[in-house]
Design a protein around this ligand. Structure first.
Ligand code: BGC
Length: 461
């Protein structure tokens, strides 16, 4: 993106009427008290208590203590002016054994949260699955078991019956790619498996579960449901034919593996090349289940990757660093043009489906304790400003983008990296649980209050 494009005249910025400004979190990353009020353990409770799996031995047992502080957290959202809040439900609070017996106390927790959001004028976006499978279901094979599609539809139906109407925007899965790549191929995320043979099966069952949950929603619910994927544009490291082929494979593996079956009803052919004899030939009826009409797609965007041909891809990712790039604390290059490229690719490939940006944000170093009520985070502001600008460019280019859910409302447990990475616009002091809106939160409040028109203003802090 040129300098001129980046520093555009604020009066030129215009977001569509009704464009929703919000922030996102996920249950296991913020709630704490994972076993409270009759909840069952999830694979994340188990994984975090397995020695050696989590950085610094961190766990989600306390996290941001949101399970007890939810009311104050909603108050803070309102003070910041958030119009929407994307959160996830912990399946094992609702169904402690994963199926069968409903734990009413778990349903009540989310019901109260939704009521509080609505009372504060904040629209809830509910994600059914953000990675915390009930441990009881993992004991039955987890996502490797074909029955998982029925389990997931049963779980979804309990929530649809309890909350549809108050919740009008539903998401089935958050990031099936990360669930499989992290949980079944590389093993860095729960349940910590490392198997090229399991990965395609887990992915496929996740997509069948997505389809079954959408079908169940059409029977019970009356509003909108979609799928959230993380996508990342791939650019070649050199202009060699090998790197061009590697980019094509990486793009299929990460960007098309889930969107193609969900929206087009087939997998990209490269997956068979990548997985070889580990890639099964699925029955035709599976594709019919997976491809359900969706009301929207949620896109999570953090970075791009520069890719070179690599032996034993995808175990070896072939990602190359840009020596001139700015990188975040999680080692991700700041590259907002990637978001524009990707949204244009999405529109060209899948048509005019409404899109929400359901996650976007950055971890940069912030001190563990706020400095007299203040956390200065200019790098985060810069990141957000560039990416919201990129969304604006994509809207101008004709992509139907309906809202932006920044990641994240609070600093939280960054999965196996524990509390070492802070993504929040609200700082959490993990010693006292004190919340301090960072400068980025004040900046984002102003963006919301001006409906994005103040984006290009010089930073006021
Ligand atoms: C996930 C979040 C995670 C964030 C930053 C996304 O992949 O949905 O749970 O914290 O990225 O890594």
């Amino acid at each position: 993106m040129s300098q001129a494009q980046e520093e555009k005249d604020p009066s030129a910025l215009k977001f569509p009427k009704g464009f929703l400004w919000g922030a996102a979190t996920a249950a296991h990353q913020i709630e704490g008290s994972p076993l409270a009020d009759g909840a069952g353990p999830s694979i994340w409770t188990r994984f975090a208590h397995t020695p050696g799996m989590m950085l610094n031995g961190d766990t989600g047992d306390v996290a941001c203590d949101h399970y007890r502080r939810w009311k104050d957290d909603v108050k803070l959202m309102r003070e910041l002016g958030l119009q929407a809040y994307r959160f996830s439900v912990s399946w094992s609070r609702i169904l402690p054994e994963g199926t069968g017996r409903v734990n009413q106390a778990g349903v009540d927790f989310y019901s109260r949260l939704v009521d509080e959001l609505l009372a504060n004028g904040i629209e809830p976006l509910l994600t059914l699955y953000h990675w915390d499978l009930p441990a009881a279901l993992d004991d039955r094979g987890g996502w490797l078991n074909r029955e998982s599609a029925d389990w997931f539809a049963e779980y979804g139906s309990v929530l649809y019956r309890a909350l549809d109407g108050r919740v009008k925007k539903w998401v089935t899965l958050n990031e099936p790619w990360v669930i499989t790549d992290g949980g079944y191929l590389h093993g860095a995320l729960a349940p910590g498996h490392r198997s090229k043979y399991e990965a395609p099966i887990a992915s496929h069952n996740l997509m069948r579960a997505h389809g079954a949950a959408v079908q169940a929603y059409r029977a019970e619910g009356k509003h909108e449901i979609g799928l959230v994927v993380n996508i990342e544009p791939k650019y070649p490291a050199t202009d060699s034919a090998e790197d061009a082929a590697a980019v094509k494979r990486a793009h299929a593996y990460m960007n098309e593996q889930y969107l193609h079956p969900a929206l087009l009803g087939h997998y990209p052919p490269e997956l068979k090349e990548i997985f070889g004899d580990a890639w099964p030939d699925w029955p035709a009826e599976d594709y019919a289940l997976i491809k359900q009409p969706l009301d929207f797609v949620g896109i999570n965007y953090y970075t791009r990757s520069i890719t070179r041909a690599a032996e034993s891809y995808p175990l070896n990712t072939g990602v190359v660093r840009n020596p001139l790039g700015t990188y975040t604390e999680t080692g991700w290059e700041v590259f907002q043009q990637g978001l524009v490229d990707l949204l244009l690719w999405f529109k060209k490939t899948y048509g005019d489906l409404p899109v929400y940006i359901t996650e976007n944000g950055a971890s940069f170093f912030d001190p563990p304790v706020a400095d007299n009520g203040r956390v200065r985070d200019p790098l985060r502001i810069d990141y957000l400003r560039k990416h919201i600008g990129a969304i604006h460019d994509a809207i101008e280019a004709g992509v139907d983008i309906r809202g932006y859910m920044l990641w994240s409302f609070l600093d939280n447990m960054e999965w196996s990296l524990g509390y070492s990475k802070r993504f929040g616009i609200v700082h959490v002091n993990y010693g006292t649980q004190e919340r301090t809106p960072k400068d980025s939160a004040r900046w984002y409040s102003e963006v919301i209050a001006t409906h994005g028109t103040k984006l290009a203003d010089p930073l006021p802090y």
